[in-house]
Design a protein around this ligand. Structure first.
Ligand code: C5P
Length: 315
């Protein structure tokens, strides 16, 4: 078959702690990642001839090699040149539903779906781990975006431990459409302001990771204790992104005052989310926030936790 359609799920971080510097220039992290029902649709198909063509009608999505999905296809062609020569070029079409520059891993999710789609298209039979190893060469969030569900992510974010999947929870997402935050900026600013507090990873990194494994967040997830998870939400990057963007601080306050189990910024932001136990509660919070902050630039979404990252759809 020459065409595959995939759902590429957004993610939120229920926990993000920055431990310290890594020798590769990245940060050593501990994160709890959660897939959402909010998802892009990615179609991958072969075309006669060669080359990679990316189609997306969202004006802010790049269509060239700066797009992570394009780079995922290029990496597959470079890694499997015989398959690329045999099957011809690749057309990638992205139906964008995940807000961009949002801290929701939309670009990483599209790249994850492209890797899975080309593996099917070229009948490579790669394992999930092999696909995740390829994804890790392109971005720290891509391995999680492939498998999805609920996971503890360490290292750069690419080392994954699958956790007991959280089900039945809803998230209200709030994001100013015209605002996006650069992830490198967020980490560089954090390093400049909090670098002195970084752990010496050689002596203390393993202890800190072990403490998280036996800590309250892992316990709350194991027991599906959503009230406790709401109380334990944490993201170190809030310390640099919120002071730089007062509108996001105001949004976080408004969302938190509207109710729910807990409110947090996702990843490097600027999306803020509130967790709830029911869809009706999530919709009521979205309405209340909209009434409190009646700005046409503010986008609000209600979505559910999802058990999977990339999912094959009927063609
Ligand atoms: O891996 P990814 O391309 O998503 O990372 C984007 C940027 O975020 C990196 O270039 C780096 O500046 C920062 N980052 C980091 N440590 C991580 C993940 C990302 O410093 N573990």
């Amino acid at each position: 078959m020459g065409l595959y359609k995939l759902r590429a799920a957004a993610k939120i971080n229920l926990y993000l702690e920055i431990l310290g510097h890594r020798s590769d220039g990245f940060h050593e992290l501990i994160m709890v990642m959660q897939s959402l029902d909010l998802a892009d649709r990615v179609t991958v198909k072969s075309h006669v001839g060669s080359g990679i063509y990316l189609h997306c009608d969202h004006p802010q999505v790049p269509k060239d090699h700066t797009n992570l999905a394009y780079r995922a296809a290029a990496l597959m062609a470079q890694t499997f040149p015989q398959a690329a020569a045999h099957h011809g070029g690749v057309d990638i079409t992205i139906d964008k539903k995940i807000p961009i520059g949002a801290g929701l891993a939309g670009g990483s999710a599209d790249a994850a779906a492209t890797l899975v789609g080309i593996d099917l298209l070229w009948q490579l039979g790669l394992t999930q781990q092999e696909l995740q190893d390829l994804g890790a060469q392109l971005g720290s969030d891509i391995p999680f975006c492939i498998s999805g569900g609920t996971a503890l992510a360490t290292g750069r974010g690419e080392q994954l431990d699958t956790l007991h999947g959280l089900t039945g929870l809803y998230a209200v997402l709030g994001k100013y459409n015209s605002l996006s935050v650069s992830t490198p900026w967020a980490y560089q600013t954090y390093r400049a302001q909090f670098g002195e507090t970084y752990l010496d990873l050689a002596t203390m990194g393993a202890d800190r990771r072990a403490a998280i494994h036996s800590g309250p967040m892992m316990g709350a997830i194991a027991h599906q204790d959503s009230a406790k998870i709401g109380q334990l939400l944490h993201n170190d990057l809030e310390k640099v992104v919120l002071p730089a963007h007062p509108a996001v601080t105001e949004l976080k306050t408004a969302m938190s005052q509207a109710g729910g189990l807990g409110t947090l910024m996702s990843g490097s932001g600027p999306t803020v989310f509130t967790l709830t136990q029911t869809q009706s509660e999530a919709e009521a919070i979205a309405q209340q926030v909209k009434a409190h902050l009646p700005d046409p630039d503010l986008g609000l979404w209600v979505t559910q936790f999802a058990p999977i990252g990339v999912q094959l759809m009927p063609a």
